[in-house]
Ligand binder design. Structure first.
Ligand SMILES: *Cc1c(COP(=O)(O)O)cnc(C)c1O
Length: 369
């Protein structure tokens, strides 16, 4: 038996060390380490272009970006969102003093089921926070129509959707605003980092507010206008982003090759299925979610079987947010049956640019064998 190395579910992407050194060396000269320095400004320009958005503000991480954009819209009341997401989405809503109302998801792509949103709207509803989960773009046309009819804000959690487009349109232009995460585990990283983006380049009010929110509400040398917090991206993170942005297209290409190999190996196996993202949207292959039928293939058994071979997959997302200890007194996960069922049958398999074809084949053999 050949000895195999541990395979993790993801691996942070990095530039060559020399490439990063070349940039950060300058920080020893100018001693400007944070507070909207030159790399912060440069990354902001480059990302605005890369993401094809009208406006962008950078943050210390994706979570604070989401908390602050919700705050910027001065929302009150209930927010319709999905329970099939990372803790951050719901926590950001609750930490703004808002009440999450969970809407079930679609079986085919795991995004919020827009056909079930309207029945959850009450006189207190102020916004919808959908998630482009696994980079699968939501049914934004329907969501927009509902939001328009009821006067609701739409803020997308686009943490998984870096660089994706619908037609020619950057996903970060959908709704009133979108949040991206640049965490180490994401397709594009700044070590830790995040951004809020929006469509209208003229929307100075939103950029102004976000800027104040992330920098203590300081507006001048002797003026503090606003009760803000601290959520700025520092220069070391911004420099990492500038380096990584040079390589991200290549990384996405390699992720696609990994994705396609899994699909080729597993798509004809009864009891195993893949999600179906919108065909009019590009993909970044951030995750490799696989759905098991629970009969021929049991998710927890597959997870353990892989683990016994030192292969780390992830029950992503399990449990659903409405089943968390901190939320379950107020919610019943059975109210969102599809999300509950998928959370018990889904597994995200290892995927990162350097994952070899041999490893993918071996993982598939362990699953089906
Ligand atoms: C990663 C992630 C976040 C939070 O981003 P951080 O940069 O880690 O703060 C929010 N929502 C989803 C769906 C995520 O995957």
């Amino acid at each position: 038996m050949q000895n195999h190395e541990t395979v993790t579910v993801t691996k942070a992407s990095l530039p060559e060390l020399s490439e990063y050194e070349e940039l950060i060396e300058k920080l020893w000269e100018n001693r400007w380490l944070t507070n909207m320095g030159m790399y912060h400004e440069e990354l902001k320009r480059q990302l605005k272009d890369y993401l094809s958005v009208g406006g962008i503000e950078l943050f210390v991480n994706g979570h604070m970006a989401l908390e602050m954009v919700l705050k910027a819209f001065e929302l009150k009341g209930e927010v319709i969102t999905t329970p099939f997401t990372f803790a951050s989405t719901t926590h950001a809503i609750v930490r703004n003093g808002l009440k999450p109302v969970f809407c079930d998801i679609k079986l085919d792509d795991c995004t919020i089921d827009a056909d079930r949103i309207e029945r959850l709207i009450t006189k207190d509803t102020c916004a919808i926070v959908p998630v482009h989960v696994y980079g699968n773009i939501c049914d934004f046309e329907k969501i927009e129509a509902i939001a328009d009819a009821y006067g609701l804000k739409v803020i997308y959690d686009a943490a998984h959707a870096f660089g994706e487009k619908v037609g020619e349109r950057g996903v970060g232009t959908l709704g009133d605003a979108s949040m991206f995460s640049f965490h180490a585990t994401k397709v594009f990283n700044t070590i830790e980092g995040g951004a809020v983006t929006w469509k209208n380049a003229e929307d100075k009010e939103l950029s102004d507010k976000l800027y104040k929110l992330k920098n203590f509400g300081i507006t001048g040398k002797e003026a503090v206008e606003y009760v803000g917090g601290n959520a700025k991206m520092n220069e070391f993170c911004a420099a990492m982003g500038i380096c990584n942005l040079r390589h991200v297209d290549e990384w996405i290409k390699r992720r696609k090759a990994v994705n396609d190999r899994y699909a080729r190996n597993l798509s004809h196996t009864e009891g195993i299925s893949f999600l179906k993202p919108r065909e009019d949207a590009s993909r970044n292959y951030a995750y490799m979610p696989v759905l098991f039928d629970g009969v021929r293939f049991k998710r927890n058994e597959i997870y353990e079987k892989l683990l016994s071979e030192n292969i780390y997959s992830r029950k992503y997302f399990y449990p659903c947010v409405n089943a968390y200890d901190c939320y379950r007194d107020s919610y019943d996960p059975h109210d969102t049956e599809t999300a509950l069922s998928i959370s018990e049958r889904i597994l995200t398999l290892p995927i990162y640019p350097e994952l070899s074809a041999e490893d993918v084949d071996r993982i598939c053999e362990i699953i089906t064998g």
